[in-house]
Design a protein around this ligand. Structure first.
Ligand code: 13P
Ligand code: SF4
Length: 361
């Protein structure tokens, strides 16, 4: 921690806040592709060589090197969602996973700082589960169309209109919304969470399509909301059937945020990690079409040996705001810090913890 300069004096100048005050800021490392950087990142390049041409590695390597070094000095961990780009997913992440796995990990990581490489609701969830840790997000603008579709006030109105109906909210929501909910769920446990209630009718909000897909797997009556994921709502059944018609051997693997008619023409549907497990489990020579954000196929191509991926490329503009330069910026200047009002946090935490505990019961 020698190079850490106590932050107060630099605060105004670097635009830093409370986290910088607590941990100090450091000088921005030299970002040159030296022999040392080449040597120390060579094993990491091997993980992404199928995706990043050799000529481009000198652009990424100095950031990868600096981030990994600073991460240790700061006692920080990087939690990365499966939609991060390969150089983040394979070269700087300590843990990569779906929303549920990242939430579980935030609960138990031994570090002072979490750098959340994902979107804002994920960073908030980490903060709820690890209030004593400093949670940073490399770009505060990394939002989510689902999280933006509903507010805590909307839930209060729904409860007034439907007294006694339990409210399950997708983890892709703000802390305000979680605080008004009975329990959270992710795409990997939504059916189990909904069925954990005795009530015949359950709200599953705000993702209308996830709710419709879950409704097909349970006898509960599901009430929902008109929120959609702007990445998954764009896929159509016709487009997928055209792929299948061109090559019937293609296996279609869809995320449950897709419209129900898309999930219906798929061979498998599950959370991003469920989709990865399915793809990695296929034998060499298989063809898999991942109906989701397109970084995912690039991230698992090496692990899924011999599987050919067909990539209809829909990018999540929010996830793509997270880049190596911004991650380094976070660790140098200790920004952007994600905090949650303590009163809201207490209630929101209960909703997330009920979900996490359900997983381990
Ligand atoms: P999961 O990783 O939980 O499947 O969620 C997908 C997603 O769109 C997160 O924003
Ligand atoms: Fe939100 Fe969809 Fe992007 Fe996930 S992929 S963060 S659900 S907009």
């Amino acid at each position: 921690m020698d190079s850490v300069v106590q932050g107060r004096a630099l605060m105004g100048e670097k635009g830093a806040g409370l986290a910088a005050e607590r941990f100090g800021v450091v000088d921005m490392p030299e970002l040159e592709y030296t022999d040392e950087v080449a040597r120390e990142t060579a094993h990491l390049y091997e993980r992404v060589a199928h995706h990043i041409p050799e000529i481009e590695w000198p652009v990424h390597a100095p950031y990868v090197h600096a981030i990994n070094k600073l991460k240790k000095e700061r006692n920080a961990v990087i939690l990365a969602h499966n939609y991060m780009t390969p150089e983040i997913f394979h070269c700087v992440a300590d843990v990569a996973g779906d929303s549920l796995q990242l939430a579980m990990e935030a609960n138990k990581v031994d570090a002072d700082i979490i750098v959340q490489c994902g979107v804002h609701f994920m960073a908030e969830t980490s903060k709820l589960l690890s209030p004593e840790k400093t949670v940073l997000i490399p770009d505060m603008r990394a939002g989510c169309s689902l999280a933006e579709s509903i507010t805590g006030a909307d839930i209060r109105l729904l409860r007034e209109a439907h007294p006694g109906v339990p409210v399950v909210t997708y983890v892709n929501t703000s802390a305000d919304v979680k605080a008004e909910s009975d329990i959270c769920c992710t795409s990997s446990n939504a059916v189990r969470v909904v069925e954990s209630f005795e009530s015949d009718t359950v709200f599953l909000i705000p993702d209308e399509y996830l709710a419709q897909n879950v409704a097909k797997q349970t006898s509960k009556k599901i009430l929902t909301w008109k929120g959609h994921c702007e990445v998954h709502e764009r896929f159509t059944a016709d487009e997928l059937l055209a792929y299948k018609e061109a090559d019937p051997a293609i296996q279609i693997v869809a995320h449950p945020e897709c419209p129900p008619e898309v999930v219906e023409v798929s061979d498998f549907s599950g959370s991003t990690s469920g989709m990865i497990d399915f793809a990695v489990g296929q034998k060499a020579g298989s063809k898999v079409l991942l109906v989701t954000e397109c970084s995912m196929a690039s991230n698992i191509e090496k692990e899924a040996k011999g599987v050919e991926f067909i990539k209809p490329c829909n990018l999540c503009p929010h996830m793509k705001r997270i880049t190596l330069p911004k991650i380094l910026d976070s660790l140098v200047y200790m920004r952007q810090e994600v905090d949650v009002d303590p009163v809201v946090a207490e209630k929101a935490r209960q909703a997330v913890e009920r979900m996490v505990n359900l997983k381990t019961n």
